[in-house]
Design a protein around this ligand. Structure first.
Ligand code: SF4
Length: 304
């Protein structure tokens, strides 16, 4: 089937199923180009909750489709492949979290949305990379435990008076970006502004001109007068950035900033998902309710 026919066929099935296609900013260009909405994981899940569509086809990784299922219990959430995991989400399990909680009685657990529904369900509140500091500051506690991303916890700890205990998890993609790679890229492009994601190591964040989540990077570049940027996050976002800002230049500081799980879903997978109603992501109701409570507590934190 030609690419044009494949795209037409997917559009036909999206209409037939009253479905929308959501894609994370790290997805491959051909998926991004066909998506109804592009964004970060939480923005996409909230989009899913607010759309009249009956079926959500989520092009991202497993925990993202789970977040959509937490927020949209009456919709069918489809993940076109099941082998799209997340290294970071896999660094914590509900039983490991319960063990740690038992050692820290009374310490609230702040869980990054990059985690499974079952881990969210055992948390007090969720956070994103954009709101982690506000979420931690909103809690009536002197100490908090942040899971699973060590780097996000260390970054948050620098911007709050609270004691932030961390978990030894990370995104292996962001964590492997080194300060030496950033310095080399800066030397090659001295005019460029370096934007870093909070999932990067502290030594990398120390070199950043701007630290932002993916949606924060997109907003920053849109408004910036500068015309060259070094992008310290998964390189898939450069496609979105270049499309939105055709006259600006973008550089990735490392070939390692590529998440294989985010590149696995193909257009034929999307078509099969719609035709065969696969793979449906469901969450056991008691777990969903508890995870939803942690997400809703986060959404109730004032943004400014
Ligand atoms: S980029 Fe990192 S956090 Fe995002 S899905 Fe890949 S492994 Fe997980």
């Amino acid at each position: 089937m030609s690419l044009t026919t494949l795209r037409q066929e997917i559009r036909h099935w999206l209409r037939k199923r009253r479905a929308i296609l959501l894609a994370h900013n790290y997805q491959p260009p051909e998926i991004q180009d066909l998506a109804d909405y592009l964004g970060d994981s939480l923005a996409l899940s909230m989009m899913a909750a607010n759309t009249p569509a009956e079926v959500i086809v989520f092009c991202g990784v497993h925990f993202m489709a789970e977040t959509a299922a937490i927020l949209c219990p009456n919709k069918t959430v489809l993940l076109p492949r099941l082998d799209v995991g997340c290294y970071m989400a896999d660094t914590i399990t509900p039983s490991l979290l319960r063990e740690r909680k038992a050692q820290l009685p009374g310490v609230p657990v702040v869980t990054y949305v990059n985690s499974s529904a079952a881990v969210k369900a055992d948390s007090d509140i969720c956070c994103t990379s954009a709101n982690a500091i506000k979420v931690v500051n909103s809690l009536d506690a002197r100490r908090v435990l942040m899971v699973p991303d060590r780097n996000l916890a260390l970054y948050t700890a620098r911007h709050t008076d609270k004691e932030v205990l961390n978990w030894e998890g990370c995104c292996n993609i962001h964590d492997r970006l080194s300060a030496a790679e950033v310095l080399a890229c800066r030397q090659a492009h001295p005019e460029a502004i370096f934007l870093a994601h909070p999932e990067c190591r502290p030594a990398v964040l120390d070199l950043a001109d701007v630290i932002r989540s993916t949606s924060g990077m997109l907003a920053y570049v849109r408004r910036a007068k500068a015309t060259a940027f070094i992008i310290g996050t998964e390189r898939g976002i450069i496609y979105t950035l270049q499309k939105e800002n055709p006259t600006k230049q973008f550089y990735s500081p490392s070939p390692g900033l590529l998440c294989p799980d985010m590149k696995r879903i193909t257009l034929p997978d999307v078509l099969t998902a719609l035709q065969e109603n696969r793979y449906q992501i469901t969450i056991e109701e008691e777990c969903r309710q508890r995870a939803l409570r942690a997400v809703e507590r986060m959404l109730a934190v004032p943004r400014d």
